[in-house]
Design a protein around this ligand. Structure first.
Ligand code: UT7
Length: 322
């Protein structure tokens, strides 16, 4: 007879997402930047991004996505909250305790985690740790960013790339063989390249785009190969590749190098741009709701971001309530 306390895998049981209502098109950007719709679409694949106004904060977006994930999980509570962001509303205190309290979870462990656009994957590893260390039986992870606040308003090289959003996931204690169990999480960082993407404060983002592009392709490709090997699959087993959404050309290069056909690659960068730590859970939530992602499919997540940081992880998508 199994003792439920023996189960140490973290298993997905809920997913949710939130986007600000205001949509900014390339055409709108062209009215204030020296750029064209053609340049933005051909170099990045982006046509639209959602942007928060003064009426919505990072914490608001986080709460909205979390409420949806908790509802899908059929849960009114979890025992820990991990919030990944690079763009909190304030430096101190962390956003996670405030978000937890707004969700009625005052008292649970709640931390922020900053790992750039890889934050959600670092959050997954943290949630696995909370569950295996018996700190928690159920964990809420939120990836949320308002990256539209980082570029200088007139910087045509960065403004078109970024949007705002949030994604959230609920994980429960389960078994490694369960659908939804998080596989070995591959993570890495390289601080010698920190200056490739940096911002001292909102409005001051500096990015060496072409160099970042090269690192993103290399790091995500090798992290994917490691994650697939670590779980004992081969690349052809992957039904859905879910890459961080920074640039459609980065995604294409990674998929080509891994020999994953385009039909198996999920993307939404055309409609939301780069939403940072929200990118992966947002794409998962949207794809699960429009059936691009289905129960039983073998999924490979990968991300890359400022730090530099990167990661990848496998899982089999579970049956979730809609
Ligand atoms: O989540 C991780 C964070 N970031 C990323 O992953 C971003 C990775 N990098 C990229 O996505 C691409 O490098 C960019 C989209 C940022 C830039 O594309 P690129 O093909 O690497 O262009 P580039 O930076 O080499 O610039 C090519 C030209 C330059 O003009 P010159 O010097 O050749 O005359 C730029 O000034 O394109 C110019 N340019 C633009 N032109 C029109 C740069 N931005 C724009 C623009 N509109 N918005």
């Amino acid at each position: 007879m199994h003792n439920p306390g023996d189960a140490t895998a973290a298993v997905i049981c809920g997913i949710g997402a939130a986007l600000p209502s205001r949509v900014v098109s390339n055409a709108e950007l062209c009215t204030r930047l020296d750029t064209t719709d053609e340049w933005i679409r051909s170099r990045t694949g982006i046509s639209f991004r959602h942007v928060t106004g003064a009426d919505s904060s990072t914490e608001d977006l986080a709460v909205q996505a979390a409420e949806q994930a908790l509802a899908v999980a059929g849960a009114t509570s979890v025992e820990a909250v991990v919030l990944a962001t690079t763009t909190p509303d304030r430096c101190c205190p962390a956003a996670a305790p405030a978000v937890a309290s707004r969700l009625g979870l005052t008292g649970v462990p709640a931390i922020d985690l900053a790992a750039g656009c890889t934050g959600f994957l670092y959050g997954l590893a943290t949630a696995v740790g909370f569950i295996s260390s018996r700190t928690a039986n159920a964990v809420l992870i939120i990836g949320v960013d308002r990256l539209s606040t980082l570029p200088a308003r007139d910087d045509r090289t960065t403004v078109p790339l970024f949007g705002d959003g949030a994604g959230a996931m609920v994980l429960r204690r389960g078994r490694l063989e369960d659908d939804g169990a998080i596989g070995p999480v591959v993570l890495g960082s390289d601080g010698t390249q920190a200056e490739l993407i940096q911002a001292a404060h909102p409005g001051s983002l500096q990015m060496q785009g072409a160099e970042v592009f090269r690192h993103a392709v290399d790091r995500m490709t090798s992290a994917c190969a490691q994650a697939v090997a670590a779980v004992g699959w081969c690349m052809n087993d992957i039904d859905r590749l879910v890459p961080h959404q920074a640039n459609a050309r980065i995604t294409s290069f990674v998929a080509r190098q891994l020999e994953v056909p385009d039909s198996r690659v999920l993307g939404n960068v055309d409609l939301v741009g780069n939403t940072g730590a929200a990118s992966i859970p947002l794409l998962l939530a949207q794809s699960a709701s429009d059936d691009r992602l289905q129960a039983g499919q073998r999924v490979l997540l990968t991300a890359f971001g400022a730090g530099l940081t990167w990661g990848a992880v496998t899982l089999t998508w579970p049956e979730l309530a809609s």
